[in-house]
Write a protein that binds this ligand. Structure first.
Ligand code: ADP
Ligand code: MG
Length: 413
């Protein structure tokens, strides 16, 4: 459901920019290590844990994504385009591809997309463009659930606005408020922060939202989970819905989220994007391993439960897989293993025993398990976190096949 609608806005209030003010430098918060998930190249440690949890899934067919636009096709300021390219973004991610044109048209937008799909640039790029058209007046408020997220957004903003005289301040809890109060005395095009701190600053009369015509609620579902609902409502009430440009991003679409969308946005364009989704038949969750807890003990306690009928366990290394399989056999489980140190015959035999339900457990490395199609796997357990999100999707795709339901558990800790 996408409707076209444009409207012009006049920003009224607005403090003049303070000439000569420089944006404080932030030393390379994001090095080259940040990668695009669209390219599936994330190391396990960088996979957001929330991507291993999925109890209510909205799925669309996983298809290879071909963007409709390139960044150079967007109707945006040439200087901004240059900065985007310098940052190394060539093609937009799906959410960027689909929402940027609507935001450029001034429409309210709801973007539903998983973590790590490039939502930050999806709202920053068109909003920076808007600010560039009227830098002395245009002001944007960005609300995010956590300190780290707010800081991350500001860091990305700074890269996009290099040399463009666009100013920002990040207002988050846990950081000295005095400095934020001081920074707020100047003209800022972007105020980025967590709802609690922003509200505090308003109550101290250090921030006045009446001149803000654009607002982003990033990770709205998490803000809701974290109990920011009243702060969000309070902040939104300070800006008139009618001439406010509101952008709303969330990874999930629950009843509560829909209620917020109805409250906060007017005739929004709804864009739901799932790049590489996991089967809706697989319930995903994590198992937290506490300090001092033995992973094998935790695994043992799962495997003795009756519903763990046919369990595929993934480990990172051949050695680790072999060792784990031995430990399980010693504990009395019927376990087999497949990994690259076994010859084809041994692998086939292990697989057959698992397929025929002679073995309850098969422990495997990623490579050995590529393409395996085993009927009736009840659980996939990631004993070790997968290297990439693609590996994760592949692993858990071993269960929930052929219309059956399955469960995927990832050990983290
Ligand atoms: P989200 O907000 O959806 O969780 P982010 O905006 O944090 O996702 O982006 C995730 C990662 O993808 C970041 O490392 C970011 O730099 C990178 N990224 C975003 N858009 C692009 C793009 N168009 N091309 C390449 N990398 C991108
Ligand atoms: Mg984000």
């Amino acid at each position: 459901m996408e409707q076209k609608r444009t409207f012009s806005r006049n920003s009224s209030a607005g403090r003049p920019p303070l000439s000569g003010r420089r944006t404080p430098a932030r030393g390379g918060t994001f090095g080259g290590s940040r990668r695009s998930p669209a390219r599936g190249a994330r190391k396990g440690q960088h996979i957001d844990i929330s991507r291993f949890i999925n109890k209510t899934v909205i799925t669309e067919e996983a298809v290879v994504f071909v963007p409709e636009h390139l960044f150079k096709d967007f109707n945006i300021d040439a200087r901004l385009k240059a900065n985007i390219l310098t940052k190394g973004y060539n093609e937009p991610t799906p959410i960027q591809d689909r929402v940027i044109p609507h935001i450029l048209h001034g429409q309210d937008v709801v973007g539903i997309a998983n973590t790590g799909t490039g939502k930050t640039a999806a709202f920053l790029v068109p909003l920076i463009n808007k600010v560039l058209a009227n830098p002395n007046k245009e002001k944007v408020l960005v609300l995010a659930p956590t300190r780290e997220l707010a800081q991350q957004i500001e860091a990305e903003l700074k890269e996009f606005v290099k040399g463009l005289k666009i100013f920002s301040v990040c207002c988050v809890g846990g950081a000295p408020i005095g400095r934020q109060i001081n920074d707020l005395r100047y003209h800022n095009n972007f105020v980025i922060g967590t709802p609690g701190r922003i509200k505090d600053l308003i109550e101290r009369k250090c921030l006045d939202l009446s001149g803000f015509k654009s607002v982003v609620l990033d990770e709205a579902d998490r803000m809701l989970d974290m109990g920011f609902i009243n702060d969000m409502k309070f902040l939104m009430s300070l800006m008139s819905k009618e001439d406010r440009h509101t952008l709303f991003f969330s990874a999930t679409l629950s009843k509560e989220i829909e209620a917020l969308i109805k409250d906060f946005l007017k005739d929004p364009v709804m864009v739901s994007v799932k790049t590489q989704d996991t089967s809706k038949n697989v319930e995903q969750d994590v198992v937290h391993i506490k300090a001092g807890e033995d992973k094998i003990e935790v695994l043992h306690n799962l495997l003795i439960q009756p519903e763990f009928k046919k369990v595929l366990i993934f480990g990172r290394t051949k050695h680790g897989v072999e060792k784990l399989s031995h430990s399980l056999v010693q504990r009395g489980f019927k376990a087999q293993s497949i990994h690259g140190d076994k010859n084809q015959g041994q692998r086939q035999r292990a697989l057959d025993l698992f397929k025929k339900d002679v073995a309850q457990v098969l422990v495997a490395t990623d490579v050995a398990a590529r393409g395996l199609d085993i009927a009736g796997v009840s659980h996939v357990i990631n004993f070790d976190i997968p290297e990439t999100y693609d590996d994760y999707v592949h692993r858990i795709g071993r269960t929930g096949r052929a219309g059956k339901s399955g469960k995927a558990l990832t050990f983290i800790g």
